[in-house]
Design a protein around this ligand. Structure first.
Ligand code: UDP
Ligand code: MG
Length: 336
């Protein structure tokens, strides 16, 4: 069995040596042939030369370099596009996801599952705010988007070959891998684990990036926010009618005068805000349609190491240079 391990990397110089040695140690304990596909998401901290030397030292270490930061989800996509294994794992670079779990995942996959999803039963080294927002996020996702999205399951997963082929068909620009996997409805099994703290470095997911991913997750998988504005519109209109009836009652029965322009100004501001919000929401969906309509590739690989030319998924992402020197060397050695 051949295993591909996809690792998105963004400024992870402190953890890379430990990551590579751990992955090699864990995989050495199996009978599996393997490749590690590191996708550098535009690192600027010296991860690039380190990755190049790791690839030079071991042909099983393959690297795709993006010219800029395309984002975690794009990096995972590029790795999955490149993977040639019968089983394909996605794992974070910071060792928060224990590589030892890969062995359990391989075993479960051999029992006929298409997706093995690691579920966090506990989290170390994460702030209470992050935990709280994560809990809220999974709750909203399951209620609003898709109840097949498992709580506390991140991107640490292993896929069967056919699952990878299925995922590759989904080429949307605004990507939320967990939702895409749930949408496919493949045979999935949950593997509980305790999420460790990062071994070094700091999180590359700023609060802003996290909020953006959460909004992508909701808006890419559900038109519910748009539909909610209709209900909000109904509600506001009903309130308006209610107030009108009250005004008639106040005038004819209570003989009290309508208080004046303060309430009018308040109402005006509130309704203008609500209208703008609704227009903005429609605008956001239109912007997403616009970005989708351009049909651009999801990432651009400007450099690579140990990646064979024939594996280059040119129809999926843009690969500017493909280093096939390793393959040519192997072919030359075969000929000798
Ligand atoms: N990452 C990436 N591109 C980004 C942000 C993060 O490739 O723009 C990678 C990062 O190097 C790590 C993984 O995605 O391997 C998860 O990021 P991180 O550990 O910072 O997120 P957290 O675990 O704090 O949610
Ligand atoms: Mg992390």
């Amino acid at each position: 069995m051949r295993v591909s391990i996809v690792v998105p990397v963004y400024n992870e110089i402190e953890v890379l040596p430990k990551l590579l040695s751990t992955l090699e140690r864990v995989m050495a304990g199996t009978a599996c042939d393997y490749e590690i596909i590191l996708v550098d998401d535009g690192s600027t901290d010296g991860s690039v030369p380190l990755l190049k030397s790791a690839a030079a030292a071991d042909a099983r270490v393959k690297v795709l370099f993006f010219g800029r930061n395309f984002g975690h989800q794009a990096a995972i996509t590029a790795g999955l596009d490149q993977a040639s294994g019968d089983a394909v794992a996605v794992i974070d670079a910071d060792l928060q996801d224990p590589p030892e779990l890969l062995l359990d995942m391989i075993e479960l996959l051999n029992h006929g599952y298409d997706v093995v999803s690691a579920q966090r039963t506990g989290r170390d080294g994460e702030s209470p705010v992050k935990r709280l927002t994560a809990t809220f996020f999974y709750w909203v996702m399951r209620r609003m988007v898709d109840e097949r999205i498992q709580p506390e399951v991140g991107d640490f997963r292993m896929f069967s070959r056919r699952a990878v082929i299925a995922i590759r068909q989904l080429r949307e620009q605004h990507r939320f891998m967990r939702g895409m996997v749930a949408w496919l409805g493949l045979k999935e099994v949950i593997l509980p684990y305790h999420r460790n703290a990062r071994v070094a470095g700091t999180t590359k997911y700023s609060t802003w990036k996290m909020l953006r991913l959460a909004w992508t997750a909701i808006s890419s998988f559900s038109a519910l926010p748009l539909r909610l504005t209709i209900w909000f519109g109904f509600f506001v209109t009903a309130v308006g009618f209610g107030y009108a009836f009250y005004s008639i009652f106040a005038e004819t029965v209570l003989h009290s005068t309508v208080p004046g322009w303060t309430s009018l100004v308040c109402l005006n501001i509130v309704f203008s805000g609500a209208t703008l919000m609704a227009i903005g929401l429609v605008g956001d969906y239109i912007a997403r349609i616009y970005e989708e309509a351009k049909g651009r590739p999801l990432y651009v690989v400007t450099e690579s190491a140990n990646v064979a030319a024939r594996q280059a998924p040119t129809t999926r992402g843009v690969i500017l240079t493909v280093d096939d020197s390793h393959e040519r060397q192997t072919e030359a050695a075969d000929r000798v």
